[in-house]
Design a protein around this ligand. Structure first.
Ligand code: UDP
Length: 369
């Protein structure tokens, strides 16, 4: 029996690794164990509840507004003894969080091979996104198996000297998760019945779905995005639905600027099924999220990326996403163009989905097993 330890700590990692855990559990001769760091406690637990996956080990490291230094040190310190006890043959990490980087480093210190899901994303700027760009480069330096979601990501790894026979182009597992959620909702729409009041409230309006959580947006970025949303809301023909990230650096500013506006619904972070339903309902999406940039084209929804650079150029090249940064003017003018010009909107809505076909987790499990 070979033993695989899957380590994650945040909502996007959980969404993207649950399909891999499920596929590995179907593999013969593989013992899969799940360790969560708890980097995002509530958001992580939301995903675990609907995935039916119960962690074997929970490091429970989340502290209120904790620094990256402390979090990184805590993962290293707490995961080391777990690795000694569990003796996995391979540690699987995903993406570019502090949890993933520290877990890969801990595995390296214990001479355990690392498999990296969603490898090879690069913006080319170590400050954008900060600190994720460095986290993923560190993981690439350590990993023995690189699961690149796209050919572009594989090419970036090759350029950095990663050996070709350790790179596997698999698609992004978020598409697997999204298609599974969509199928669940089609079978049982009642699972998201609690969205009904929101849907009724904006029944005669087009919905703008907004998410925002990146560290480099904290402070002035939050202010500028909030001003843009207020200006867009004053049009009167749209309803803004904004599940607000619990990080106080986002939540406090958004609450202060936006709460009480009749065309803006500030809501709690949604569990994955509810969020997928909101993606389906949205006319246009404004986000700084990586995962949402990957999901939106699956549903043919145009995305305005509120960042100065993105490592997910595939959807920019496909024409389904545009970079608008956090400038109030750029957000308002680009969103207004798409709301007012049907041709501009359909040019973005009718492209293709470049991030996967829903079978990524199967490919990854096949390689690992
Ligand atoms: N998401 C969710 N509920 C929400 C907002 C987002 O389930 O209220 C999902 C979304 O569908 C995507 C993931 O969370 O799969 C993105 O997470 P986040 O934006 O926090 O991180 P990133 O993808 O930028 O690393």
């Amino acid at each position: 029996m070979s033993r695989i330890l899957v380590v994650f700590g945040t909502r996007p990692e959980a969404i993207k690794l649950c399909p891999v855990v499920s596929e590995l559990r179907k593999s013969v001769g593989v013992d899969v164990r799940v360790c969560v760091t708890g980097q995002h406690r509530e958001l992580l637990d939301q995903v675990l509840r609907i995935s039916g996956i119960t962690p074997d080990i929970d490091l429970d490291l989340m502290r209120h507004d904790q620094s990256l230094d402390r979090l990184t040190a805590a993962v290293l310190e707490e995961l080391g003894p777990v690795l000694e006890r569990e003796c996995p043959d391979c540690v699987v990490v995903q993406g570019d969080t502090a949890s993933a980087m520290a877990a890969s480093l801990a595995a390296y210190y214990h001479k355990i091979p690392v498999a990296h899901v969603e490898a090879g994303l690069r913006s080319g700027d170590i400050h954008e996104p900060w600190p994720e760009e460095v986290a993923r480069r560190v993981i690439s330096a350590i990993a023995s198996y690189h699961f690149a979601p796209t050919r572009r990501a594989a090419a970036a790894l090759l350029r950095e000297g990663v050996s070709e026979n350790t790179i596997f182009v698999t698609g992004n597992t978020v598409v697997d998760a999204l298609l599974a959620a969509r199928a669940t909702l089609a079978r049982d729409p009642g699972l998201v019945a609690s969205l009904a009041p929101l849907v009724d409230k904006f029944a005669d309006k087009r919905i703008l779905l907004v998410t925002c959580h990146r560290r480099q947006t904290f402070g002035i970025g939050v202010e500028k995005i909030a001003h843009a949303l207020l200006e867009l809301a004053s049009r009167g023909d749209i309803g803004i639905v904004f599940p607000v990230h619990p990080n106080p650096n986002i939540r406090d500013g958004m609450d202060r600027k936006l709460s009480g506006h009749s065309s803006i619904a500030l809501i709690e972070p949604q569990d994955y099924l509810h969020f997928v339903r909101l993606l389906e309902l949205a006319y246009l999406i404004l986000t700084d999220s990586g995962g949402v940039q990957e999901e939106a084209p699956v549903f043919g929804k145009p995305v305005l990326v509120m960042r100065d650079a993105t490592e997910r150029m595939e959807s920019i090249d496909a024409g389904s996403a545009r970079l608008v940064g956090t400038s109030t003017d750029a957000i308002v003018s680009t969103a207004s163009l798409l709301l007012d010009d049907a041709d501009a909107y359909s040019a973005m809505a009718n492209t293709y989905s470049p991030f996967g076909d829903g079978l990524a987790a199967q490919r990854i499990a096949a390689v690992l097993s």
